[in-house]
Design a protein around this ligand. Structure first.
Ligand code: ATP
Ligand code: MG
Length: 467
């Protein structure tokens, strides 16, 4: 047991927050052991995206996202100080809700509940001793970050000095506490910033990724199942703004319609990106026309291809840059590499499959974390298994699909899908979701153009509009 506090690693060698042991989600819910008067929330962001000239842009989007997430709660800020954001809650009762909201803000590495304390060594020591006495740990470590070159001590010296003082203080109270630099029970974090110091022992991991709506738009093919919601989340976490397209058939007596399920999923995902649009496309009649002539082993793939074509046209009106699906390689028959290659052939539009390499258990874990799992557990009538053969093709070739579609007038089926499409807009405002039916002037223009030319629209809808 070290009597003296000797940090073995320099603060610069500490792993980034995302690689450290995640804090338990409810760590910050209780402020019972902490003098929460003057509590502040310290938000740290990932730094990778902040290199170079993009920093201002990403940072301003992050600040906007933080503001939008907590605008109805009793809190001041965020204030930007030396690569962190600080929020000052006005009411302790708002803390759990604040933290819950902040955990959905993409771009945040972690959220700490701390206090602002004097920067001099005595002030710092007494705050650190008070904090650690309240925690009464069996093992602890001190970690310091110094973001002010005028402070006069480096982080290792500060860690060592504060560590020793805490050790003496706790031992003096009869504790058998030990210093443990690797995986301590409690860590006392200290951050020195211009004009003040921050101290905390509680923090939770943030959502990570890039700030919302910083990377362009995508259209997610949303089924209501577990996978496509998780696929959407993963793309949103990389800064993409998702709009959703759901294809639905008639409900069966045993299972309800899939539409409310899709709507609930979009509701659950909207707080991460603040606004969403859900397109609802009736698919029953299109499916029947496919079934009338296609070989049954290829039906499912032809449904999928038709969905992708309709979604691609919607993407053009949204000026979206790609489609997203929840396919995971070989999870089901339609998702073999062969079938996915056949599906994408001729689509001439990027298709992202962020779950391609994920196992179902990983996908379900994430679905639980983001709050879509329970929604997808509800029974609903999925349009894809309708008229399904016992053995669907698993090694389809693009030419086979083309042949199987020979009896169909593809462009008129796409028009039929687009004509029946309606949409709902969702907005996360002041802590709740508002929704309203969307008007779709661009989609209507596109349809007029498509009917006049009998062709799919060129890549950008603006071209359509000009024509
Ligand atoms: P999911 O859990 O997302 O339904 P899955 O493993 O059940 O995926 P499929 O049902 O074969 O697989 O669907 C594969 C992908 O096709 C889905 O992830 C989704 O992106 C898209 N898709 C399937 N059905 C629909 C639908 N009704 N509306 C929109 N997209 C759909
Ligand atoms: Mg499914």
């Amino acid at each position: 047991m070290p009597r003296h506090y000797t940090p073995a690693v320099n603060a610069r060698q500490i792993k980034p927050a995302s690689l450290r042991q995640p804090c338990k989600p409810d760590t910050l819910k209780s402020t019972r052991n902490f003098n929460s008067m003057n509590s502040i929330l310290i938000l740290h962001y990932h730094e990778i995206w902040l290199k170079g000239g993009n920093k201002k842009y990403f940072l301003s989007r992050l600040i906007t996202a933080v503001k939008q997430s907590v605008e109805d709660l009793s809190v001041a800020g965020p204030q930007y100080i030396s690569e962190r954001l600080i929020l000052r809650p006005r009411d302790e009762a708002a803390l759990p809700q604040l933290i819950e909201r902040l955990r959905r803000v993409f771009g945040l590495a972690y959220i700490a509940l701390g206090r602002e304390v004097p920067r001099d060594l005595d002030g710092l020591s007494s705050a650190a001793c008070e904090l650690m006495a309240a925690k009464d740990p069996r093992t602890f470590a001190v970690r310091a970050k110094i973001a002010d070159t005028t402070f006069g001590m480096n982080s290792m010296e500060l860690e060592k000095t504060l560590g020793q003082r805490i050790l003496d203080h706790l031992r003096g109270r009869g504790s058998a506490v030990q210093v443990k630099l690797h995986d301590p029970q409690v860590t006392c974090w200290v951050e020195i910033i211009p004009g003040t110091a921050l101290i905390y022992a509680d923090r939770v991991e943030g959502a990570g990724g890039l700030p919302a709506v910083t990377s362009g738009k995508v259209i997610v093919l949303l089924s209501g199942g577990f996978d496509s919601s998780v696929a959407a989340y993963k793309m949103m976490r990389r800064g993409a703004h998702a709009s959703f397209v759901h294809f639905f058939g008639p409900p069966s007596p045993a299972r309800g319609s899939s539409r409310p399920v899709a709507e609930q999923i979009v509701r659950a995902l909207t707080p991460y990106q603040f606004t969403s649009r859900l397109y609802l496309v009736p698919f029953d009649s299109i499916q029947r026309q496919i079934v009338a002539g296609a070989h049954e082993s290829l039906r499912l793939l032809i449904y999928r291809k038709m969905m992708a074509r309709i979604a691609r046209e919607i993407a053009k009106t949204e000026r979206a840059l790609g489609l997203v699906t929840g396919d995971s390689v070989s999870q089901v028959a339609s998702q073999t590499l062969h079938n996915m290659a056949a599906l994408d052939r001729g689509l001439d539009f990027p298709v992202y499959r962020p779950l391609a390499g994920d196992d179902k258990t990983e996908i379900l874990k994430l679905a639980r974390e983001i709050g879509t799992y329970q929604i997808s557990c509800e029974p609903f009538e999925d349009c894809c298994p309708r008229f399904m053969p016992r053995s669907p093709a698993i090694f389809a070739r693009p030419e086979q699909l083309q042949e199987a579609e020979a009896h169909l007038n593809i462009e008129s089926l796409v028009n039929e899908g687009l004509e029946g499409t309606t949409a709902v807009d969702f907005m996360f405002e002041r802590g709740s979701i508002a929704c309203r039916e969307a008007t779709l002037p661009r989609l209507k223009k596109l349809l007029v153009w498509r009917k006049a030319t009998g062709e799919p629209a060129p890549e950008h809808s603006t071209v359509n509009e000009e024509k």
